[in-house]
Design a protein around this ligand. Structure first.
Ligand SMILES: [Cu+2]
Length: 698
């Protein structure tokens, strides 16, 4: 009898699937997992959002900054125009779980983060940016501050046959050019996708007409092969390479000569099962980054020639099962692994003594940059979604991480500092519970708690007297750091209403408020017991060591409202604010962005679209003085863009960013370092930039 019930239930479910599938005429192919599923608010994690770039409405070639610019709550950490890291609600770097396509990671090789994950992809390739705003799901790896999933083109969703596009972009500020080509061939059981791009950016000028050393060249390509053995399975292999050349970093002591990366990934999905197990997905990947940087073009080259050659190898994978143990309970169980190994040295040729006199014989020194460090994380997770009632959904998840860390080639002075240095194992437990209350299809309330745990990264553990911060201090790692913990609470709502037959057609609005209690927050603090290793006479003469804070927290909110009017127009306003406090030092936590308000007027028709944005960034006076931060003035920036489809297959676009040529810098920008023409002042952002873009697609 029980069996029969299961059977008839199974039939009912598959019947339901068939009837929904009929709407789209053919059954959609199996899709690989992403963090969010469009239009499935019942399965998406709580407090998630995505930004998709409808490629037919494009007006300019993208850069990494553009991927995040319009997402409320995001800010950018810039070391120049190339090495740009996203920051979300004052969480950054490894505090954010940044990945490609539901789990692939590319870890940087450079101790100065000249090569973050965002530099190893063609921005035009990114079709969608998915965000989970806190530690509210642990299916995609350990998550402290949130998940950022960069989704490249999903070929399996595309129409059958040959497709492709070619585009060219030009920018007047910095004489930048970008080119990109894509060809794909999609069949029922087989698909191929090929991308290639080349970008050449010159130095940009700020609003005062000063040139900022920021030029770079990058060449990228990627191939992806998909095979669907039957309608329930998909296998996908991807390989991509990226070559950065001659990258100038205004805010770092050296420049990139070469940065080569490659990523190989293998994905498998088995879907549509009808027993207790409904789906299986698996992923394996390997990425490698080789990085060479030098100070050849910098003032310090006169006294010391320095070249660093560093490599990072990342290996990882995940396997997940989706279960339906009882009716309506969606249970996910899985394991994952992430292993990062880095090697490399800095070679210094000292040509002058401390008084500036030429040495008769230059002296060569070799410094260990990474001390052959390795960090492995093995995780297991269980997460369940259950509708308590039609409108009330609960999600509970737990995750365990075993983190192994070691340094195979520690420097002598590092061993002297940490005599008992050996491999270390940490056990981390993360957990989350959240609720969604769907009052009706137009009103949603969300409530969540998440405890996200992050073990220290390799810089925080093993860096040995390098200037890796935004300030000029030498930093020393601490292999015994406790993992930092984010206990985040969040409450939010989203609503929309549509009115027909009026001037105003619709109103969307939403807000969320959060509070994070941090345990063992990791920052670098001046340690009087340490002596400076390199150039001990040059200020600052103190040394910083990474340490755990006792008490710290952050709190903040995001609000948005969008009004649609006259059918084709919309006006959107967004606000994001975060306040962070380091109670131990009675100051803000570093890298806390100021209040940002954005006003956006948009016109959109099938063959023509335009947009005006006014972004008002407030003054930031809540600063982390111990981090070398200074107050940053507020500023307002106007951007305009216009695009059209004059003929079939062709899209053209023009845009003006920073229309009024305002000279400004964001609070999170790095300062100039080791530059002939600049003292240690924050790097200004680009002044007015006029861009043009053409795209042919078929
Ligand atoms: Cu570097």
């Amino acid at each position: 009898m029980t069996k029969l019930c299961v059977l008839s239930f199974g039939t009912a479910v598959s019947y339901a699937q068939v009837s929904t599938a009929q709407d789209s005429i053919v059954r959609p192919p199996v899709q690989l997992d992403e963090v969010l599923v469009e239009g499935k608010s019942k399965t998406d994690p709580v407090f998630s959002m995505f930004k998709s770039e409808p490629e037919k409405k494009v007006v300019q070639s993208k850069n990494v900054a553009d991927l995040f610019r319009d997402i409320n709550g995001f800010a950018l950490i810039k070391r120049g125009n190339y090495a740009i890291d996203p920051s979300f609600r004052a969480s950054q770097y490894e505090q954010l779980n940044v990945q490609f396509n539901g789990g692939t990671k590319v870890m940087h090789a450079c101790p100065n983060r000249m090569d973050p994950i965002t530099t190893h992809v063609i921005p035009e390739e990114i079709e969608r940016v998915e965000v989970v705003k806190g530690p509210y799901t642990f299916r995609y790896g350990p998550t402290f501050g949130g998940i950022v999933n960069l989704v490249t083109q999903e070929v399996e969703r595309q129409e059958k046959g040959y497709h492709g596009k070619v585009n060219f972009g030009g920018e007047n500020n910095g004489n930048a050019i970008t080119t990109f080509a894509n060809v794909k061939y999609v069949q029922e059981d087989l698909d191929v996708n090929f991308n290639a791009g080349y970008r050449d950016f010159g130095n940009y000028e700020d609003g005062n007409g000063n040139e900022v050393p920021s030029s770079f060249k990058s060449t990228d390509y990627g191939v992806q092969l998909g095979y669907n053995p039957n309608e329930n399975q998909r296998i996908q292999v991807g390989f991509r390479q990226s070559f950065g050349r001659d990258v100038l970093h205004a805010g770092l002591p050296m420049d990139t000569k070469e940065d080569n990366s490659n990523v190989l990934s293998l994905d498998y999905k088995l879907d549509g099962l009808s027993g207790d197990i409904r789906a299986l997905s698996a992923k394996l990947y390997r990425s490698k980054v080789d990085h060479i940087m030098s100070n050849e073009l910098r003032p310090s080259y006169n006294s010391t020639e320095a070249v660093s050659e560093v490599d990072a190898t990342t290996l990882g994978g995940r396997m997940e099962l989706e279960w339906r143990p009882v009716q309506n309970l969606k249970l996910y169980t899985g394991i994952d692994a992430l292993s990062v190994g880095r090697i490399g040295n800095r070679t210094r040729l000292v040509k002058r003594n401390m008084n500036g006199d030429l040495l008769p014989m230059p002296m060569e020194f070799v410094d260990e940059v990474w001390q052959d460090a390795q960090i492995d994380d093995y995780g297991a997770f269980v997460e369940g979604k259950y509708p308590i009632s039609e409108k009330f959904l609960i999600n509970i998840g737990v995750r365990y991480d075993l983190v192994r860390s070691k340094a195979d080639a520690p420097a002598e002075d590092f061993v002297a500092l940490y005599p008992d240095l050996e491999a270390r194992t940490e056990n981390n437990i993360s957990a989350t519970a959240s609720f969604k209350y769907m009052v009706d299809s137009n009103l949603l309330f969300e409530l969540a708690f998440g405890r996200g745990v992050r073990s220290a990264n390799m810089i925080e553990r093993y860096i040995n007297h390098f200037t890796v911060g935004q300030d000029a201090y030498e930093y020393v790692g601490n292999p015994y750091l406790d993992a930092e913990v984010n206990n985040q609470f969040e409450l939010g709502m989203k609503a929309n209403s549509h009115f027909g037959g009026y001037v105003f057609n619709g109103l969307d609005y939403g807000a969320s408020v959060y509070y994070s209690i941090y345990e063992n927050y990791i920052v670098a603090i001046i340690d009087p017991s340490l002596d400076k290793k390199y150039m001990p006479m040059v200020q600052p003469t103190e040394v910083k060591r990474f340490a755990n804070l006792d008490q710290a927290y952050k709190t903040g909110f995001e609000v948005f409202a969008q009004l649609d009017f006259l059918k084709d127009f919309s006006f959107k306003t967004e606000l994001s604010y975060v306040y962070a406090k380091n109670k131990d030092l009675d100051e803000s936590l570093p890298l806390t962005p100021p209040l940002v308000s954005r006003f956006n007027l948009r016109f959109e028709k099938e063959k023509m679209w335009a947009r005006a944005t006014y972004t008002l960034t407030s003054k930031q006076s809540d600063i982390a003085s111990s981090f070398g931060e200074t107050e940053t003035d507020g500023y307002g920036i106007v951007d305009l863009s216009f695009g059209a489809k004059p003929f079939q297959h062709f899209t053209v676009g023009v845009a003006a960013t920073n229309l009024f040529d305002v000279a400004y810098h964001n609070h999170l920008n790095f300062s100039f370092v080791n530059q002939a023409d600049y003292g240690r002042v924050p790097i200004n952002d680009p002044g007015r930039n006029l861009t043009a873009f053409v795209q042919y697609s078929f």
